[in-house]
Design a protein. Structure first.
Length: 275
């Protein structure tokens, strides 16, 4: 199947023609992150449905932040090589981003009673699995300071606090500023800011002088059901709960990035899907 996408000159757009990009930006670039920031900013400023807002505390105003989880990763700034696990203060409020991913078959990178103090003192980026590094990169790009990853923010192994923290999972995902779903990551180590499957397209009226906008006929790659809902990540039991609880989710798939909030689904190709 094909879809027609016009280029820069929007004066020639028709009402029934999808405006978008024939080629997607490289994952993890400023252009890619700028699109995600645009989705979040638009939702923050124009969406006032309860499903786009935090529901962890019904007394919160639209601009208030929910109570922070027990522990969060302070991601620091671009260029810094160390991130720190931070134990939050009781009743503290703020924004955080949560990661939804597959652990994989390898021994997981996790926080235990033995290394808790070291993780609080600081973890170098190079020692973290690629999927976690990518989540930190996205969190920094979105201008947020805190990231929640279950295997780091919940103490694992002997004398863990999972039995207590698991009861707070609903608050973690429903209260998160947004959730990053690493749909194309096979485990902690694979990463999700990966090269995407190439999109086929043909330019119908490209010009050599660079004037005017080109019109492209592009292959359709908008398949939220196949790429996300029927993808490998959604076969993980916890993800069904995480997806249901999250108010805004960014899905990183091998084909493109998708956005979902209470107003529907948006595609990186600029296609909009209504619920």
């Amino acid at each position: 199947m094909l879809t027609v996408i016009t280029g820069i000159d929007t004066r020639t757009r028709a009402l029934d023609v999808q405006i978008g990009l024939p080629e997607l930006p490289e994952a993890g670039t400023d252009l890619h992150f700028g699109l995600i920031r645009g989705w979040l900013d638009d939702c923050d400023t124009t969406h006032f449905k309860p499903m786009c807002r935090s529901s962890t505390n019904t007394k919160l105003t639209l601009n208030a932040s929910p109570k922070l989880p027990t522990r969060l990763i302070h991601v620091g700034r671009n260029g810094e090589d160390v991130v720190r696990l931070q134990e939050t203060r009781t009743e503290s409020n703020g924004d955080w981003i949560a990661l939804s991913y597959r652990w994989g078959d390898f021994p997981p990178f996790s926080t235990t009673r033995k290394n808790l103090a070291r993780h609080i003192a600081g973890m170098t980026l190079a020692t973290l699995p690629r999927t976690f590094q990518d989540a930190i990169k996205v969190t920094r790009a979105l201008g947020k300071h805190y990231l929640w990853i279950d295997s780091i923010c919940i103490i694992q192994g002997e004398d863990s606090d999972f039995s207590f923290e698991s009861k707070r999972m609903e608050d973690v995902y429903s209260g998160a500023y947004c959730v990053l779903a690493a749909s194309c990551a096979t485990d902690q180590r694979s990463g999700f800011l990966l090269p995407r499957v190439g999109r086929k397209y043909v330019a119908l009226n490209s010009t050599t002088d660079g004037k005017g906008g080109a019109i492209y006929v592009c292959s359709m790659i908008e398949d939220f059901r196949g790429h996300v809902l029927q993808g490998a990540l959604h076969k993980r039991g916890w993800v069904l709960q995480e997806h249901a609880l999250a108010r805004r989710t960014v899905f990183f798939t091998e084909h493109q990035t998708y956005w979902e909030c209470g107003h529907g689904v948006r595609c990186e190709t600029m296609v909009k899907m209504r619920k």
